[in-house]
Design a protein around this ligand. Structure first.
Ligand SMILES: [Zn+2]
Ligand SMILES: [Zn+2]
Length: 323
């Protein structure tokens, strides 16, 4: 097949538009979508300090490359943050990949580990808490998600960032939207939409410049441009519900190309209404009594989890770092 623009050999077919792309025009198309998202929602202002969360996986590494490229024409500061959850065999190689990419691009890189800032690695947490099947703990992804969110915010504040860029792609956004719809959790949709809302002085606003780019295109962008990424999967199983939603959306996209973009557009239209009704205002949020990060209750979820694990470790007489 030939590129719809220049007639050279095509490397990609976007079924949702019917267009074919050669390498050059594929790169241009991806970079344009990224830039337009940044521009449309004013995600980055000149001179701002942007922290980018980089796990070493395809999305975050490609995001760092696109931000570095944007910075050549539009001056802003960039600092990369990697969270090391402490997952043996999986995390160490991806941390190295994040490090090598940041070095190559000349970007300052900082690593924050669960071990140092929470007190336990994720592996240790699972070991301390016991069996998921027997109901002794919640899923590993629950601890990981809550703590990673907390530590990313902590790290972004620590490096003095104005905003935190995360690598959520189109597929992630659409999955998240439908999951919350199917769970009836509309309030959650108001927290993180197409653009950021100033929510609380202790919460660094999150931006998602890749939200208009399908996962497939991010993988191909990394491959075509020889960007080193970690494609391995986390050993802790992906949440079953999310996997079902993902498969269903992919099936719909296969039958009806463009479905993912249609779902995203629906979300974008609903977001202002949802945010207006459900987003907590600064005055409605408290500061966690332990860590100071915003919470609706007295103690934030990250601190609650940490206290639970510390208690269990003490009960079992395990010698992990316990305050
Ligand atoms: Zn072309
Ligand atoms: Zn807290």
């Amino acid at each position: 097949m030939k590129c719809s623009k220049c007639g050279k050999t095509a490397v990609y077919h976007a079924r949702y538009t019917g267009r074919y792309y050669c390498k050059k025009h594929f790169n241009e198309m991806v970079e344009k979508k990224f830039k337009e998202t940044v521009k449309k929602y004013r995600l980055i202002e000149k001179g701002e300090r942007i922290a980018v969360g980089v796990s070493g996986g395809k999305d975050s590494v490609v995001l760092m490359h696109l931000l570095a490229k944007l910075r050549e024409k539009f001056p802003f500061e960039l600092v990369a943050i990697t969270i090391d959850e402490g997952i043996a065999g999986y995390r160490p190689p991806s941390v190295e990949i994040a490090k090598r990419n940041a070095k190559k691009l000349g970007i300052e890189h900082r690593i924050y580990s669960f071990k140092e800032y929470i007190g336990f690695t994720l592996d240790e947490t699972v070991e301390i808490m016991g069996s998921f099947e027997k109901g002794e703990r919640v899923g590993a992804c629950s601890y990981c998600g809550v703590w990673r969110r907390w530590l990313l915010n902590y790290a972004a504040m620590d490096v003095g960032a104005d905003k935190l860029a995360v690598g959520h792609n189109l597929d992630d956004e659409v999955q998240m939207f439908l999951m919350n719809i199917l769970r009836g959790d509309i309030a959650r949709l108001g927290r993180t939409g197409p653009y950021y809302e100033e929510i609380h002085p202790e919460l660094v606003p999150r931006i998602k410049p890749l939200r208009e780019i399908p996962e497939k295109e991010i993988v191909l962008y990394a491959v075509l441009n020889n960007i080193e990424v970690d494609l391995s999967e986390c050993p802790y199983a992906v949440e079953a519900f999310r996997a079902e939603i993902r498969d269903w959306i992919n099936e719909m996209e296969e039958k009806h190309p463009g479905t993912k973009y249609q779902i995203l557009r629906s979300y974008d239209k609903l977001f202002p209404l949802i945010a207006k009704t459900y987003t907590k205002k600064t005055s409605e949020l408290n500061r966690c009594k332990i860590c100071g990060q915003p919470t609706t209750g007295e103690i934030c979820k990250a601190c609650q989890f940490r206290l639970q694990v510390e208690k269990k470790a003490r009960e079992k007489g395990l010698t992990f770092r316990v305050e």
